[in-house]
Design a protein. Sequence first.
Length: 191
Amino acid sequence: MSPEELKNFLKSKMRMSHVYQPLLIRYLLDAGGSASIRQLAVGFASEDEAQVTYYENRIKEQPVPVLQRHGVVDSLNEVINLKVENISFEDRLELRAICEEKIAEFTAKRGIGLWNQMAINVEPVGESLRYEVLKRDRICQLCGATNEDERLQVDHITPQSKGGSNDISNLQVLCAPCNRGKSNRDDTDFR
């Protein structure tokens, strides 16, 4: 991939559901084109060592697979490499600036709260508990969607970011769109 191809990917082809892709590319640019998962995780977490494990897993799950499919990076033995040949210092600066712009645009669109999920140490709902809640509620408690209409998710009535627990009394089934809409803004029990 040439620097021009990467610029084109960043500017017009990259679709983002989160800030991780340009962040990963920016860190690889800063590291001279190659970094380990651990180095990237430390970069992502900045100075918060408690987040390193979170970012190691996050990097492996997404954005590495997405960027690999696009031919932007490759991965070997926990080391991620930017697949850009003959990159000049000027190209590196311009590509990094594009990454910064993408990160800023995404942050402006989603707000600084996009980082909140990493700021709290939350325990996921276990599979058996998830099964019990889905068995109990069966449909989205807000709109009535079934698992044939939408993907059903287990929602924390009182969000974990506001002290909510994984107790079954604090859990309800919402479809994915309703759960995204509710987010962690309120503690409405729709049951």
